[in-house]
Design a protein around this ligand. Structure first.
Ligand SMILES: Cc1cc2nc3c(=O)[nH]c(=O)nc-3n(C[C@H](O)[C@H](O)[C@H](O)COP(=O)(O)OP(=O)(O)OC[C@H]3O[C@@H](n4cnc5c(N)ncnc54)[C@H](O)[C@@H]3O)c2cc1C
Length: 350
């Protein structure tokens, strides 16, 4: 599986894009300077208000403002700036610059569950997680950037249509040769393996709303996971097929007991209860400033906010729907494409 790991170290957009150009004279980075709102004058974005060293300061934009605060905070900042559902803003005492009903709506996220199996042979990576081994694993990584700490162990993935009538692959499997709880703690089994089943195209939709007009206040985020029964059915199919894969002859020499969910959970009703208590976010929120060509879309095909001038949003919030797979690379791809558009460059051809 492709990973954004370079020479044993996980890359981020900061290390890959920002750090190499930090010396540029036309670039200033304030790392602890939260934006409080976009300054709107007659529906034109003319700058941003920020909190810098405890003082509110205003930065003016000669050309335009590009908001990249992510799927939770970009809609929050738009609403604090008067761009959002008019009634919602009025109730919070925020003057309305443009009535954009979809700002903060259409929230989507990938969720997954794991099937974990103990391994009858001492071939898994599970021992690397034991406290007595962690020091050596960490030291090796520090000295050579290699070994168990130089990868996230998501080495193999599969994309399946979970039901005959699925139009496209709707489950992503990731195989991990280690038994570990989501919080990183190992299970009691000495060796084991697992695979996660991730719901790629949830039907459920959530929302990001403002708690009030105070920029310091956290927004009200409702993910509404499994709010649509189709998501439950797809994930149950995902677990069932995963069990079928683990029951194949290739695993005979390694297969121990099913640790999670456990063989006792066999019916759809059992598995639904398991899902509702064990479902995990894979941290891929998107959709809250949806791009589209329809009148309700928040941004147009160039990421320009409808009803406002000189304002774009470029981050995961503008994805209309989730991608078939993890979203970090697609977010970078859409940012690259839009950066080209802003610079007036031709789009790359396929
Ligand atoms: C724990 C975790 C693990 C993940 N693992 C993977 C993975 O393995 N693979 C994968 O594909 N994706 C992964 N993701 C998802 C991926 O990181 C995101 O999809 C991606 O970073 C989204 O990019 P973005 O630009 O939309 O938002 P972000 O990367 O969140 O960038 C938004 C930025 O805005 C800043 N910001 C927010 N509000 C303000 C404000 N008011 N003022 C100033 N700055 C502000 C934030 O500090 C942040 O730097 C993971 C996410 C998390 C949280």
């Amino acid at each position: 599986m492709d990973q954004t790991i370079h020479e044993g170290r996980r890359e981020s957009s900061a290390t890959a894009y920002l750090h190499p150009v930090r010396h540029r004279s036309n670039l200033t980075v304030h790392a602890t300077c939260p934006t409080r709102r976009v300054v709107m004058e007659s529906n034109r974005a003319t700058g941003i208000d920020c909190l810098l060293r405890g003082r509110e300061v205003r930065f003016h934009a000669d050309r335009e403002v590009i908001l990249c605060a992510g799927a939770i905070n970009s809609p929050k900042l738009l609403m604090l700036s008067g761009l959002g559902p008019a009634e919602h803003l009025r109730q919070r005492g925020i003057p309305v610059a443009a009535d954009l009903g979809q700002v903060g709506q259409n929230l989507q996220d990938h969720v997954d569950v794991a099937v974990m199996v103990s391994c009858t042979q001492p071939v898994s990576m599970t021992p690397a997680l034991r406290w007595q081994n962690k020091g050596l694993v960490g030291l090796r990584w520090l000295l050579t950037r290699s070994g168990a700490a130089s990868t996230n162990h998501f080495e193999a993935a599969g994309y399946v249509r979970s039901a005959p009538d699925s139009a496209r692959a709707d489950i992503q499997y990731v195989f991990i040769p280690v038994l570990v709880m989501p919080d990183g703690s190992p299970l009691p089994e000495p060796h084991g393996y697992q695979a996660t089943a991730m719901l790629m195209h949830p039907a459920s939709r959530g929302s990001v709303d403002l708690a009030g007009s105070d920029p310091e206040a956290a927004p009200v985020v409702r993910f509404n996971y499994l709010g649509d029964d189709r998501d439950v059915a797809t994930l149950i199919n995902g677990i069932t097929h995963l069990r079928e894969i683990f029951a194949q002859a290739a695993f005979d020499a390694y297969r121990g007991r099913e640790v999670v969910p456990g063989a006792a959970l066999a019916t759809d009703s059992d598995l639904e209860t398991f899902l509702r208590t064990n479902l995990r976010s894979t941290h891929h929120p998107c959709g809250t400033c949806r791009m589209g060509s329809d009148a309700d879309a928040v941004v147009d095909g160039q990421a320009r906010v409808q009803g406002a001038d000189a304002l774009r949003v470029i981050d995961a919030s503008i994805m209309p729907t989730l991608t078939s797979g993890n979203i970090n690379a697609p977010v970078i791809m859409l940012a690259e494409k839009l950066a080209d558009a802003i610079l007036g460059k031709e789009s790359l051809t396929a």
